[in-house]
Design a protein around this ligand. Sequence first.
Ligand SMILES: Cc1cc2nc3c(=O)[nH]c(=O)nc-3n(C[C@H](O)[C@H](O)[C@H](O)COP(=O)(O)OP(=O)(O)OC[C@H]3O[C@@H](n4cnc5c(N)ncnc54)[C@H](O)[C@@H]3O)c2cc1C
Length: 387
Amino acid sequence: MSDYRVVVLGLGGIGSAAAYWASRRIGREVLGIDQFELGHDRGGSEDHSRIIRLSYHTPAYVELAKGAYEAWEEVEVDSGDQLILRTGGLDLASTHATIGLDSYRSSMNAAGVLFEELDAAEVMKRWPQWRLTDDVTAIFQERSGIAMASRANTTHRKLARENGATLIDGVGVTAVREVGGEVEIEVDGRTHRAAALIVAAGAWTNSILKHFGMEFPLEVTLEQVVYMTPGEPLLFHPSRFPIWIWMDEPSFYGFPIFGEPAVKIAWDRCEIVTHPDTRSFEPRPDVIDAVREFAARRLPGAVGDVHLAKTCLYTLTPDRDFIVDRVPGTDHVFTAIGAGHAFKFASLLGRALTGLALDGATPYDISALAADRPILKERNPARAYMV
Ligand SMILES: Cc1cc2nc3c(=O)[nH]c(=O)nc-3n(C[C@H](O)[C@H](O)[C@H](O)COP(=O)(O)OP(=O)(O)OC[C@H]3O[C@@H](n4cnc5c(N)ncnc54)[C@H](O)[C@@H]3O)c2cc1C
């Protein structure tokens, strides 16, 4: 006899969603566990905002992103909470950029997603906050916006509890094993049994998977966002300033004023490899400088006093694609790795994991996200994080 049908290990962005979607189907038969207090910011999912967008570099991700919006809409309806704020979104690249926009255009075309092609002059006409040279072009997709990350996590957990799920925090899972067609989970001196285990442990995933004799070639990086107080805040109101991504190496991205009285800008992948248990929480001045230098050149009105700078973890796969699958070598253990761009998909991934755990399948096309794809079997794979 199982204590629970599904145990969710990790209640960050993806695990909170999994607890919610599982609870919609099996209520009290769901147990969620986190090693820290719920809503802690030691992982990858806590801040006011994350970018959500349909604009992606493969048709499969664009289709998945359509499903992500639908999943969030269901949670909004179920909770009455607004979780997505539409601002529109700009992907910008110069003709010399390392990433470029071609794969984004072709993927959205293949998926039937409308977008606008803008030259530098048109971008600056519509959003005079930008200073662009003629070699820059942009894609504007009107559905892009903000996923309200911390609020969404709270909402997922609140609804899960209302559906009867048990969520416990401040207790780390110390051992897991498959026994007699079930999974045993040791936590806080107790052993729980479950028909299925969902590992949503983000940067700590390998410390759990080692109990099953495997690990993924993950790299954990220390990321940092910088909130700056602009001189003219109205110019950066969400109704007047879309979310944006600067597609190059280095890549930057940013938000209008939301959650703090400041704009948020970050350098994607600021190249600091770390470990979740020994990481620093101290913002690095050189990363702040890099963000300020970028903004001074491209968004001078956004440069102002640093209101807040905070760190956060990416858990990167070598190809920067997610992993959403059964854990190889197990029968009843499932996981999702977000690869530093999964918040927009968090609710969908929780739903997909629930399908895998309860039905052995999900209607979403996750074939490219398999846990046994060749690059994940390499010990020292080449890493290509620019997508
Ligand atoms: C600065 C930054 C900016 C980002 N921007 C975007 C963006 O704009 N758009 C976007 O879509 N994505 C973005 N992402 C990525 C996205 O936020 C992450 O991919 C996603 O939130 C990861 O969620 P997770 O649930 O896998 O991990 P986490 O939220 O870290 O959750 C893992 C949880 O597992 C728990 N845990 C681990 N081990 C144990 C254990 N042994 N026992 C109990 N609990 C355990 C941890 O305590 C933690 O709460 C960003 C990430 C960062 C860091």
